[in-house]
Write a protein that binds this ligand. Sequence first.
Ligand SMILES: [Zn+2]
Length: 365
Amino acid sequence: MMGRLRAMREPLKYVQGRDATLKFHEEMGYMGKRWLFVCSNSGYKACHDKIEKSFGELDDYRRYEVFGGISSKGEIAKMEEIVKADNIDTVVAVGGGSAVDTAKATAYYTGKHIVIVPTVAATDAPCTGLSVIYNDDHSFDKYLFYPTNPDAVMVDTTVIANAPVKFLIAGMGDALGTYFEGRASIRTESASLEGTGITRAGQALARLCYDTLKTYGKQAVEACKVHAVTPALEAICEANVYLSGVGADNVNCAAAHSFYNGVTSLGIKHADHGCCVALGTLVQLVLEGAPKEEFEEVQNFCLEVGLPVTLEEIGVTTPEQVEAIAKNACIPGETIHNLAGDVQPIELYDAIMQADAMGKIALGK
Ligand SMILES: [Zn+2]
């Protein structure tokens, strides 16, 4: 049998910095003259004036759609209509996950350019080549995989610094999984998230992601609390958005993300995606039999930046819930199966209980 082809994919262009959106047209103008901005409410408020300023006297067509929904089939179809009716060249997402996924899907289905302007650094979605699509009743429909990653991603770090710090912390949780989940996938020679062989470049980005979190995480949290754009904040924005997104795409996920999926299957009010992934990373380390030093290093990082180390902190309170998480995290197709061995729900259950117990000790409970 022929071996799997290795591949590396990432956005064609990545731009980041203080008031970056003031240079929106300077950096992205090569993509056309007719623009559709798919904005979340807060994204519109944070970026509209700066993006407009970047066009100066130019008479490019700009349409801003403020959008409060999720990336559902209906919303995407609505945006597709606008792209066709207004003869749009480039779709731009301005906002968080829902705006990003809606804009990505719209651009893909209409064959247009796509630029992502994330206004929070809460997940690694902006740089990835996939979206989560929902049905109109808000139930999960599918992961939509694209043939390439976005044309460009622009991160205005002034905007990130002015968003609530909880988003930056959640983004660090999502980024925390990248190296450890990637390492697990590499150990078993699993495919990347995009289904290709894993490159050395992908591995290096995942490693750099973790190193950057450890070096600058705490400082970035303090910077964000006072809305300061500092080198530490810049480093964490790059880790959360670029290193984690491109890293994860080019390695793979493992138990930490399956743990998150298990938590969402409970249908309870739970902590943000990244916060669950952080605890899931600790669970994965237990499951892998990681040495004490490594577990403590990751747990200390979580404590330092304010990520959860116990079940209670993410909203899980009963053993029955843990059983359900373990069962649903191990269904066929879950990325937990990128781990060595055929992980069984009982093994995951026990790992969750140990990680939680060690978290309680760390918190003095
Ligand atoms: Zn994630």
